[in-house]
Design a protein around this ligand. Structure first.
Ligand code: FES
Length: 534
């Protein structure tokens, strides 16, 4: 391997990259991993690189392939964990980007608890089409519009060619960039480096080299990953996600990271933080601006500084460069009132993510309200047993204003893999029904989803949750302020229906999907894999 034996005496650092050549999201990671290795070498460490898989949500969205997405989180985490165990690295740098790669790396670090730094490869620029900025979200909504005859096929094709103009994670504040905010708030990356756009090659390279040098220092100090993945840090991350109107996936991932780190943390504790933290960043899909605009306005550092001023974060939390979160952000830009708002005049006064419970979700469900103005809805159920069935229903015009779309058997076990319902929600919005229907599902939502959408319903239908016995025409009521999700049925009627329910056959009998279905826990616990007792 051409390694000078002298180098074997210093710290040996694993450099995990989630590069794949299949997607733009992670395409600059090999180059960044090389820069990490240079930083490690300059600090007298020895860097040994390896790679994991990665799944692009926006390439698999709306297809059976999307079932691989959340499952890939476990496979990536397992890959990193196994490499650390096999090669006994002294420390680790993980280069991450697309949605599942960030929580996966954090889960692995929580398990192995080695000195570690994360490098986020950065967001993509906006596309430019017909005098306006566009992203993948515009494409999905245009798909819905084209299906309804509101847009031509030629225009859709043209938009698709312009929407994702280069390397980097999706340009809006969708799941990947939500998790970039989370890693800054956790302090497990150099605060402020994550959202530097992916095509800022010089700056990204410097950040990667800095991470390489830092991890050697962490090894020397004996500072390990769980120091940045404790309860305080995870609650800080939740506040950051909420304050930026981030994705509901952030809640699922924080629960999973907490589980792997052995930190007791409940869905309620996270959503309590989320619901009392004002949204102070005006970011798509909840608002106007994209990741590059957010970064220009001070990005996560500006948000953290403002949240600290109001006592919404614990500023004494450590960061990997040795400073506290407060020290690392005390010279961050002040809110500009356009992209980043003050706490006194927030973009939205109430929190972004709420938990709803009731006879339809005894273990909870999540609703994101930053991307809608509606707080309540009551309507007749239109029930679909898969995402495809629901999409067909919307396309065929079988969904009308006022309906509550129920999409079930899409949960962690039922899918399996808890698919995101972006093609459904985008079709609904494209069909002009975004402000008049509600979606209730045991699946997930993309960070790009808009409208009043309730996901993560637990227990899921495939495990005998009440969603399994809802019928067309049942009345479902959603009330964000009351925190309720209810099907208006007598208790006895619901119990009788549940007693007669039989689980449908699994979609997969063998392989990773079958294993995942057997082991995965509820979304209310982070959808982590739990080994059978004994
Ligand atoms: Fe990879 Fe959005 S699909 S970051």
């Amino acid at each position: 391997m051409g390694i000078d034996p002298v180098r074997l005496g210093g710290p040996i650092i694993g450099v995990a990259s989630t590069w794949t050549g299949t997607m733009p999201c992670n395409l600059n990671q090999r180059e960044l991993a090389d820069r990490v290795s240079e930083g490690v070498s300059a600090a007298n460490g020895l860097a040994l690189g390896f790679n994991t898989i990665a799944v692009s949500d926006n390439q698999s969205q709306g297809t059976p392939g999307m079932r691989a997405s959340l499952i890939s989180r476990e496979v990536i985490a397992d890959s990193i964990e196994l490499m650390v165990h096999a090669h006994d690295f002294d420390g680790l740098v993980c280069v991450v980007g697309c949605d599942k790669t960030v929580p996966a790396a954090l889960m692995a670090l929580a398990r192995v608890d080695k000195p570690a730094v994360l490098v986020y490869n950065g967001p993509m620029r906006a596309g430019r089409w017909r005098e306006r900025d566009v992203t993948i979200q515009d494409v999905w909504e245009a798909v819905g519009a084209e299906e309804r005859g509101l847009m031509s096929r030629e225009d859709l094709d043209e938009l698709e060619r312009f929407a994702c103009p280069g390397v980097g994670t999706c340009a809006g504040h969708f799941t990947a960039n939500t998790m970039a905010v989370a890693i800054d708030c956790l302090g497990i990356a150099c605060v402020g480096d994550a959202l530097v756009p992916a095509d800022e090659h010089a700056l990204k390279g410097e950040a990667a080299a800095r991470a390489g040098a830092l991890v050697v220092r962490l090894v020397e100090q004996g500072t390990t990953a769980r120091r940045f993945l404790d309860r305080r840090a995870l609650l800080n991350a939740m506040a950051g996600i909420a304050a930026t109107g981030g994705s509901t996936n952030g809640v699922l991932h924080l629960l999973a990271i907490a589980h792997e780190a052995g930190v007791p943390l409940t869905l309620e504790e996270l959503t309590d933080v989320a619901s009392r933290t004002p949204v102070i960043a005006d970011l798509a899909p909840s608002g106007r601006w994209l990741a590059e605009d957010f970064h220009r306005a001070g990005g996560t550092r500006a948000v953290i500084r403002e949240l600290l001023r109001g006592g919404h974060l614990d500023g004494e939390s450590p960061t990997v460069d040795g400073r506290t979160l407060a020290d690392a952000t005390n010279d961050a830009p002040l809110p500009d009132g356009e992209v980043v708002y003050t706490l006194e005049e927030p973009f939205k006064p109430t929190g972004a993510v709420h938990v709803l419970r009731g006879n339809l979700a005894p273990e909870g469900s999540l609703v994101k309200v930053s991307a809608t103005s509606r707080r309540t809805h009551r309507g007749r159920a239109r029930v679909f047993d898969s995402e495809e069935a629901c999409c067909d229903g919307v396309r065929a015009g079988r969904v009308t204003a006022g309906d509550v779309l129920v999409v079930r058997y899409e949960g962690p076990a039922g899918g399996p893999g808890m698919r995101e319902m972006l093609s459904v929600t985008a079709s609904v919005i494209g069909a002009g029904l975004g402000e008049s229907v509600v979606l209730v599902t045991d699946g997930r939502f993309s960070g790009a989803t808009r409208g009043l959408m309730v996901g993560h319903v637990a227990p899921e239908a495939a495990r005998g949750g009440p969603l399994a016995v809802v019928r067309d025409g049942d009345v479902i009521a959603v009330d964000v302020d009351d925190g309720t999700l209810v099907v208006e049925l007598e208790e006895r009627e619901l119990a009788e229906r549940l007693a007669g329910w039989r689980s449908p056959p699994p979609r997969y009998d063998v392989g990773v999907f079958a294993r995942y279905r057997a082991l995965v826990s509820s979304a209310s616990e982070g959808a982590v894999l739990i080994p059978p007792a004994g």
